[in-house]
Structures are given as structure tokens and as C-alpha cells.
Design a binder for this molecule. Sequence first.
Ligand code: DC
Length: 224
Amino acid sequence: MHKNGLQVAIDGPASAGKSTVSKLVANKFNYIYCDTGAMYRAITLKVLNNQIALDDIEKISELVLDTNITFEPSENGQKVFLDGKEVTERIRQSDVTNSASAVAAISSVRKQLTESQELLAANGGIVMDGRDIGSTVLPDAEVKIFLIASVTERAERRYKENLKKGINTPLDVLKQEIEARDYKDSHRQISPLVKAEDAIEIDTTSLGIEEVVNKISKEIEKQL
Ligand code: DC
């Protein structure tokens, strides 16, 4: 075990419930929560703000070296800051969502963010969610979970979440977006979305949030 507790890696495809479940698990064990997807989203926003083309690898590589992404806990969840400016809501908008896979496929971006993530997790006591945490970022994590759910279920979850925010994207569009992101995240050359050999797979299609949290908590307790 590390100084502050275990390293808990939670990976899986888009909208499988990773962030909801990871936050609850982190709260339960008083661990830090790190949403690595938010880091890729923040870099993507910076690329868009600077009007850099998504295939301009050189400029994006320079940009990432000069970028500071931080998290701050708050009453209604974690706030995300890009170079000191709050971007929590902004990075969830569809322009960022749809460009993030391209930015996340760039090796210099992954290298930089992986280093920050390793540092954040060095003392343990952390729940980190993403696509490559158990396989690449924290290969020695004591607990590795791979969350999956059917495309239809994931699209329906996203649809309901969107409605609450006043966004009304049709269900079939959401399904197509999820399938496209799954494909890009699983087929990129570096650190593709893949289940680590020693990860425990949990299919959340017909499970409630609490059931998933309980299953993960049991795995954590086994290691404590
Ligand atoms: O989980 P999310 O939708 O917030 O992730 C945003 C994008 O970043 C998505 O295209 C996958 C990518 N990502 C990644 O490549 N590696 C991670 N560890 C986390 C996210």
C-alpha cells in the first residue's frame, strides 16, 4: 500500500458510469478523485480556443507543455481549471467532446498528462478514472476495475443527463457519437482503451449506481 492508501484505477468506454461511480467510491474511502478525461478535455478546449487544427501535432505538442490543469473540490462536485480559469461546464460541451479523441491520440499529449497523473497518484489514496489507467498510467494499482455497459444503455443515460441540462440531442445521434468515440478510443495506436489483464470487469447495463459502488468497495476492502 502507498502512504495515503490504495491506487484504484477505473477504466472503460464513454458513458459507462465511470465518473459517477468513481466520485462516490472516492468519497466513501476519503480518497482523492482524479477524472483524467477532464484533463484531455481541458487540453482539447485550449486547442479549440487557440484555433489550432486538430492535425497540427507540432503546435499541440508545444501547447501542452505550457498548460496547467488543476482540480478543486467543491460542494457540487469537482471544479476543473485550465491555466487558472474555471472550465468545468465548458469542457462538457459537444465541440470539446467530439474533438477530444483526436487530441487524446497525440503521443506528446498522452506523455505529458500521464506524467501528471502518475505524480498525482504517487502516494496512493486515489481513485483515477479514464481509458488507460490500469493498463498504462498505474500498472501497479492495487484495484483495477473495467466498467462496461451496452451502447443503448449508455446513450440512454447520456440522454437523461442531457435533458436535465436542457440539452435535447436525439437518442440515435447520441448512440452514433458513443459508437464513434468507442471506435476511436479503442483503435488509436498509443494506450488504446483496453481492459488490463488483471482488471475486474463489471457490466453496469442492468446495475444501479449503488450496486456498482458496493462491488468496487468490496474489492477495495479486500486489499486494505
Ligand atoms: O471520459 P471522457 O469522455 O471525459 O474522456 C474524454 C476523451 O479523452 C475521450 O475521447 C477519451 C479520452 N481519454 C483518454 O484517451 N485517456 C484517458 N485516460 C481518459 C480519457
